[in-house]
Write a protein that binds this ligand. Sequence first.
Ligand SMILES: CC(C)(COP(=O)(O)OP(=O)(O)OC[C@H]1O[C@@H](n2cnc3c(N)ncnc32)[C@H](O)[C@@H]1OP(=O)(O)O)[C@@H](O)C(=O)NCCC(=O)NCCS
Length: 129
Amino acid sequence: MRVLMMPRDTNHLGTIFGGVILSYIDQAGFVEARRHGLHRWVTIAMDDVIFKEPVYVGDIVAFRTRTIETGTTSVKVEVVVEAERFESGKTVQVTTAGVKMVAVDKNGKSIDFRKEPTLDRRYPHGAFV
Ligand SMILES: CC(C)(COP(=O)(O)OP(=O)(O)OC[C@H]1O[C@@H](n2cnc3c(N)ncnc32)[C@H](O)[C@@H]1OP(=O)(O)O)[C@@H](O)C(=O)NCCC(=O)NCCS
């Protein structure tokens, strides 16, 4: 995923909130997990996240994912976060995170993600039931 950082994402110091980046890490984890099966995926755990560099408005932030572990109901995704600076075009590594995602059924119970897709019906507003 690539995202352009906007003024709405900043804290009072003018840099990007860590929580905004965490939220995108979570989304990136889902996007990667979904490749393993069309299910409801939820986040069960996230490893320590150390922010090594700040992120600024105008940076284009890339969230690169790869699956590093698979279990029965879960996959663990590594998310590498890099910021391409608006002015210089230089890329810096911001952080790396491990996100564990679990496939669940419509009752929220963990399921084997290798089984057939469990998303079957879509409401007009877009939510799956
Ligand atoms: C995800 C959830 C359904 C798992 O329920 P559970 O009864 O603990 O499920 P299980 O014991 O079957 O474990 C499911 C998987 O998570 C793994 N897991 C369990 N506890 C874990 C932990 N503390 N850390 C990492 N992985 C864990 C298990 O190893 C298992 O993976 P595997 O089947 O690939 O081996 C439940 O904890 C939940 O609903 N959590 C909330 C999820 C959520 O809403 N996230 C967003 C928060 S805002």
